[in-house]
Design a protein around this ligand. Structure first.
Ligand code: ADP
Length: 292
């Protein structure tokens, strides 16, 4: 007889327990992080200032942290710092810790999905999805079997789509490949920078549902940058609202996990109330910045 994995405790209880008595290192911690581009020149520009937050390690649960705020407030800068990508990394001051260690460089524990599709045009879907395993030296038969499984999980057809090349795919299909390429490596952290920003509205909602389906049973912590308030509220367990540049966190909000598809969630009064609250905050900031 096989025993089922015990059900994860509700996220709120797990978060309270982790905050009271953390068992291990935090997943990500920013301590007074500031980033100034072109320091010491006339072009010096501070993108984020004094950003401080902690994402605790919740046993068996990966949280989804949505980052939202006015454009240019440093959302991507934060994400790329966690990834260890230059020139966003290193910070001008402050500390960025991942799993308790200062970030030094990109690593296999952090996967990334961008708005622009990033894959090899000369590789099939199968070989794109299997790429990370190939880099890890997994032999051909095994990596192909695992890649086919992921192609199926992200809603593509292992028979028809696996042999296609990226240019034969729609925008939504390409992002499915991008998600499969990242999740096949089972990263501890998945960094998503406006991944659905270029998709048409209905495809975008379907991709949100797909992400929830794939991720809610995993232990991957997802950082999701978006400029869509609906997307942040639907997907986010917690939402970091950033200020006008130089960006800093002005508010941290928590939202319940989706229990219905995005289209249905959008019609719920609680959802409308949450989005209205954030929309008003952002509108106020944009007014203060003289953008309206
Ligand atoms: P967001 O994702 O919120 O739109 P970004 O983090 O992309 O914001 O950028 C914040 C600010 O920092 C912007 O004004 C942008 O022009 C600037 N910036 C971002 N990356 C660089 C870079 N590599 N060099 C110089 N300035 C940058």
């Amino acid at each position: 007889m096989t025993q089922d994995k015990p059900a994860a405790p509700p996220i709120e209880a797990a978060r309270a327990a982790a905050q009271a008595a953390p068992e291990g290192p935090h997943v990500v911690e920013f301590r007074n992080v500031t980033k100034t581009y072109y320091p010491g020149t006339r072009r010096a520009f501070t993108a984020i200032k004094d950003v401080t937050f902690t994402v605790e390690d919740l046993p068996n649960i990966g949280e989804l942290i949505a980052i939202i705020g006015p454009s240019g407030c440093g959302k991507s800068t934060v994400l790329k710092m966690i990834a260890g990508l230059e020139p966003q990394f290193p910070p001008s001051s402050g500390e960025v810790l991942v799993l308790g260690q200062p970030v030094g460089a990109p690593g296999a524990d952090r996967g990334m999905v961008f708005q622009e599709y990033t894959a090899f045009d000369n590789r099939t879907v199968l070989d794109n999805v299997a790429f990370g395993l190939e880099c890890r030296g997994v032999h051909r038969a095994e990596r192909h079997a695992r890649a086919l499984e992921w192609i199926r999980k992200v809603g593509l057809d292992p028979q028809k789509d696996a042999r296609k090349y990226p240019q034969q795919l729609s925008g939504g299909m390409k992002q499915r490949v991008a998600i499969a390429r990242s999740l096949i490596l089972n990263p501890r952290i998945l960094l998503m920078d406006e991944p659905f920003g270029a998709l048409d509205p209905m495809t975008r909602l379907r991709m949100q549902d797909l992400l929830i389906a794939l991720w809610s049973s995993s232990e991957t912590t997802v950082f999701f940058v978006t400029h869509s308030i609906d997307e942040a509220v639907f997907l986010g367990d917690r939402i970091y609202l950033f200020s006008n540049p130089p960006g800093t966190i002005v508010e941290q909000a928590f939202a319940p996990r989706p229990t219905v598809p995005a289209v249905e969630a959008h019609a719920q009064p609680e959802f409308t109330e949450r989005t209205r609250y954030i929309r008003e905050k952002i509108a106020k900031m944009e007014k203060e910045a003289g953008r309206v």
